[in-house]
Ligand binder design. Sequence first.
Ligand code: NAD
Ligand code: DAU
Length: 352
Amino acid sequence: MSKQRNILVTGGAGFIGSNFVHTLLESNEDLKVTVVDKLTYAGNLKNLERWLNDKRFQFIKLDITDKEKVLDLANQIEINEIAHFAAESHVDRSILGPEEFVKTNVLGTFYMLELGKKLFEMNSLRVFLHVSTDEVFGTLGKDGAFTELTPYAPNSPYSASKAGSDHLVRSYFHTYQLPVITTNCSNNYGPFHFPEKLIPLMILNCLQGKSLPVYGTGENIRDWLYVKDHCLAINLVMKKGKFGETYNIGTRNEKTNLEIVNLICDLMDKKHPEGKPHRNLIKFVKDRPGHDFRYAIDPKKIETEIGWKPIYKFEVAIEETIDWYLNNKVWWEEIISGQYNQYYELQYKEAN
Ligand code: NAD
Ligand code: DAU
């Protein structure tokens, strides 16, 4: 097997996948990266623009639910590692239309595992890293945190489809000894985050003087992880993780949604004073059906067994994130003025 890392990244044109490609190609490692991505509404080649002419990088437009094309990758390119990010990722969309979630997240992951098995049989696969979510564990009350031993209890079509994919991944280890590892992380934030998710949506709505829709009372809690820390963690798990194991990734950074929205408003007051005070834009709207109350990750296992620690502080990283949106107006203007806008407006969000 080649010493060089030849990494296939699925979903590499999306939010976390593209950040992962940046992490890999910015490192001094001897590696090649192939991104396969269907370029759904959430995939954007602009996220990867800086690498398009780099010899270490190639992009292949591909739908992971196309079995033949997926399996054919084994004959087309050298692959010894797979980082599987591709998924339908937005909970609200899964409530409105779950079918794509079942197709891509369950069936697509199944075909990716079949590709992994083929490569493994060709003696070519070193590791298959499956990126999953803490949402598979369901919801927490006020106390406690998810560990790797927390039973699965997914509550949305999105999390159920991710749970299904996690079980398939697990089964390919036990049945075929495929060198798989699954990571379950908490809510990411950072550059290239698609502006349907809480943090980028609030930043862009502040910039446009639009209302800031907060679901229910805003007391739901999420555990925020900076995407750059997450990508470094995944890279480390690919090198040091134990096959067949799962690792939770989080940074003990719980905030209520209202805390997040208020903080963004206050930072925007400083950075974009025209719209001041941005808190006046907050509008409490109907709650998400089946809205999980709280997520919190216990990251002890990845800290002690892999030696991973986050390097970014939330207070700094959230400002860096806001600055990224302020400095990348062309990127988000193209998104919000495109077809996606139809959905975005439709979603809009009745008052309580
Ligand atoms: P995203 O929606 O920003 O990107 C998903 C990418 O997958 C897009 O580029 C899209 O084009 C691609 N894709 C979708 N369907 C495809 C298909 N059928 N074939 C090929 N490509 C396809 O998602 P993200 O936020 O970057 O999430 C990446 C992964 O991380 C997902 O598996 C998600 O479940 C998981 N995750 C995300 C978060 C988060 O906070 N964003 C947290 C935990 C886990
Ligand atoms: O926990 C990990 C998960 O985090 C990932 O698996 C998902 O892919 C990712 O999308 C994210 O899911 P959430 O549903 O937690 O993220 P979202 O940004 O959609 O919402 C965060 C919280 O903010 C949630 O409690 C709902 C609330 N919310 C969201 C939006 C879009 C609002 O109050 N208003 C909004 O407009």
